[in-house]
Design a protein around this ligand. Sequence first.
Ligand code: NI
Length: 185
Amino acid sequence: MSVRPVYLYNHSLLRQKTNQIDTMTDEIKQFIADMFETMNNASGIGLAANQVGDNRSIIVVDVSDTEEDEVVFPPTVFINPIIEKYSDDIIDYEEGCLSVPKLRDKVFRPDAVRVKYLDKDMNEQIIDAEGLLARVLQHEIDHLNGIYFFDRLSAVRKTLAQGKLRKIMRGDIIPDYEYLLSDIQ
Ligand code: NI
């Protein structure tokens, strides 16, 4: 296993839609193991494949260390995840992102979602998630569609974030884990 560099805002891969996969291979198993290692190394609770430079529809989630949820949800890989249903309840919650170091802001999203996905054995699964797990799933599935969390901020909050985003692109704000700067200048 190895830690991979996290691609930072606004690398072109992070603005592209990822591709679905239909077969599990040893190479993909290795890649998923690397994604878990990269996420843990950066103390993240979620990571999308395009954040480590891969255009496949894979996310890993680990909310097992958080005390928010009563039932511990184990570290899990979600392949080709799709949100099938959103709750009517919308709540705000502060989000950050390994690709956007040092920027955090409150994002409004549905409190619960139903997600259809393939597990590590390529079996179809459906999960009804709420709370932090639902939050992370929505954030990471957004990544697979080329969307950052700050895209969902109000116009005013987005404008306030611009300065920090420019600094990340220039390399003036860097994380304390392995990273790759944007290929867009
Ligand atoms: Ni993120």
